[in-house]
Design a protein around this ligand. Structure first.
Ligand code: ADP
Ligand code: MG
Length: 576
């Protein structure tokens, strides 16, 4: 997207609130217009106040002074308030639209966008861009009108000379264009550098433990310093480029002035123009330089704001997750009968088949276990069921309906998943159990008991209201897993998926959790992915995966009798 389209789009965010903007600017102007009234009042007082006949009552004097200052203050305040009311509205809309896009975006976005960069783009860029644009608008109005007024006066004084002075305009335009181009190029690089810097800070705060255990503080410090140095250089370059604008335009303008001066002198000699007229013309001419300078000086903030806005809109335009489904399933409506028919999955940007012609049958109400070496495609099965990755071949059905025909949101509502990498939300523990759902205290307690976390909660001084820190950083690995299990249990879904969900638990805790899950046997479809094979012994069917395929399946007993891969894995684990 070019900058013209960017500014147009940015303006579409401000324009609904432009009345506030304009009113604010009017207030600024009026406040400025009152300023000369103060010296005017003083003059009046000095001229007449010391004479016997004042011409007006004395008490008016303090009232007028206070009144003038009060009016000026009130206008300045209203101007600031109105102006920022408009821009803050625009920023709010931009931010909410951006977050909406991020939330709907296709999974591929998250492989490229780091959390810090996303935060910066959603929070800082809209503010900078809108601020720059609104500021530029003020300058444009203030200095633009001054310039126009001065030009009008010049035309009135001597239109021929004024026309001659306009010769320099194309030249000025050219200078502005060249400088713009340079500022834009450097500004773009400086923005990218800034984003990389955000990424580094994001890394080192998220991975602070790793950084310290690897004794990598110096390494990270250097990495940061290098990028920060690059940003500093880029910022300076961009400022330098923008700062050439003023001297360059002044040189061009001075050529014009020199030309006019000469011409005006010649003409004055010829036609006898008065000295007063001549001086007035030259003064007005010189006075145009200041507003012109202001107008060209807005370049850098505007361009920088637009560069940020362009990145915002690029983020806003990231394609949404494709959702071809039309069938709507209400929560708990499905039976929970899952089938994979010759499903092949390759992740975008990868050649490897994560699932290869996979056949899988997960009947409603049954407990099915998926086992196999890491990288064999177990998690991919879950991702494919939930529609996070689309099969390149074959189809997945839920109750006989192709899952691509079910609206994604309603499909996902049928599942409660405890994934391998636990993600929790900062805030009270209870809110994490009843995530994005109404809080039912009795059910929260029941779920925490089932997940064997209730004793821990009771041992906490704040109980259910304890804050768990960013991503549950104040909990142990096992506690985080149990909290995630409680959260999944709280969700009323037909199909439960536990992807190595008890890997961090001690065997006692694991046994308790397993018992609570097994209570639901027959009622829910249960998919257990487990590393510790002892935990899947009671499953109705165990699928042994290898390299994206099912290589063995059956009950624990059948598989043991067969003496294949599964029996070997069991034996190996028994040795440990
Ligand atoms: P498991 O859960 O059995 O350990 P996964 O299903 O996570 O295995 O991974 C199966 C294969 O898919 C692996 O070879 C892995 O490298 C690949 N894979 C997993 N996720 C992605 C991804 N987002 N992009 C590309 N390849 C992936
Ligand atoms: Mg996995």
């Amino acid at each position: 997207m070019d900058l013209k389209a960017t500014s147009k789009r940015l303006f579409s965010y401000i324009s609904p609130y432009k009345s506030g903007l304009i009113l604010g600017i009017v207030c600024f102007f009026s406040s400025a217009a009152i300023e000369p009234l103060v010296p005017a009042l003083l003059k009046q007082l000095l001229d007449h106040g010391f004479q016997a006949d004042l011409g007006f009552p004395l008490w008016l004097v303090p009232i007028a002074v206070i009144g003038l200052f009060a009016a000026r203050g009130l206008l300045a305040f209203s101007g600031t308030y109105l102006f920022n009311w408009s821009t803050s509205q625009a920023v709010l809309r931009l931010r909410t639209d951006l977050v909406g896009s991020v939330m709907r975006a296709d999974a591929s976005l998250y492989t490229q966008l780091s959390p810090g960069v996303a935060a910066s783009r959603v929070i800082n860029d809209p503010q900078n861009a809108t601020g720059a644009l609104a500021g530029a608008l003020t300058t444009l109005l203030r200095d633009g009108t001054t310039l126009l007024a001065l030009l009008g006066y010049l035309f009135y004084l001597n239109w021929k000379l004024t026309l001659v002075s306009l010769i320099t305009m194309p030249l000025l335009g050219m200078v502005v264009r060249i400088v713009h181009k340079r500022v834009l190029a450097v500004g773009g690089r400086s923005y990218e550098s800034q984003i990389r810097l955000v990424g580094i800070v994001d890394d080192i705060t998220r991975a602070w433990r790793v950084v310290r255990t690897f004794d990598a503080a110096e390494f990270e410090q250097r990495r940061f310093a290098e990028e920060a140095q690059r940003l500093r250089r880029m910022t300076l370059k961009s400022i330098a480029a923008a700062a050439t604008m003023t001297p360059l335009t002044q040189i061009v303008a001075s050529t014009g002035v020199a030309l006019i001066l000469t011409l005006a002198l010649i003409e004055a000699n010829r036609s006898g123009t008065s000295v007063g007229e001549f001086v007035a013309f030259i003064t007005a001419m010189l006075m145009t330089i200041s507003p012109m300078r202001h107008l060209t000086d807005v370049t850098q903030p505007i361009l920088n704001g637009l560069i940020g806005a362009r990145a915002c809109f690029a983020l806003m335009d990231t394609p949404a997750e494709p959702d071809s489904g039309t069938i709507e399933l209400s929560p708990g409506q499905c039976r929970g009968d899952l089938r994979f028919e010759r499903v092949t999955v390759t992740y975008p940007g990868s050649e490897h088949k994560a699932l290869n012609q996979l056949e899988l049958e997960i009947p409603a109400g049954k407990t099915v276990a998926l086992v196999g070496p890491s990288g064999s495609g177990k998690t991919t099965i879950v991702n494919a069921m939930l529609g996070f990755v689309a099969p390149t071949e074959g189809r997945i059905t839920l109750d006989g309906i192709d899952v691509t025909e079910i609206r994604k949101a309603s499909l996902r509502r049928q599942f409660a998943v405890v994934s391998q990498d636990i993600v929790l939300f900062d805030g009270p523990l209870a809110d994490n159990v009843a995530y994005a759902a109404p809080k039912d205290m009795a059910r929260i307690e029941a779920c925490l008991k089932a997940a064997n976390l209730w004793d821990f909660v009771q041992s906490q001084p704040e109980g259910l209201n304890m804050t768990i820190g960013t991503n549950g950083s104040r909990l142990s690995g096992g506690q985080r897993q149990r909290l995630a299990i409680a959260r999944a249990l709280y969700k009323q879904a037909r199909i439960w998926v536990f992807d190595e969900a008890t890997s961090a638990l001690d065997s006692e805790s694991e046994r308790i959790v397993q018992q609570s899950i097994e209570q639901w046997h027959g009622e829910k479809t249960l998919i257990l992915i487990a590393h510790r094979l002892s935990t899947v012994r009671n499953a109705d069917c165990i699928y042994v995966m290898s390299d994206g395929r099912v290589v063995e399946s059956g009950t624990h007993k059948e598989l043991m009798e067969r003496g294949g891969l599964y029996a070997g894995m069991v034996a190996a684990q028994a040795m440990e």
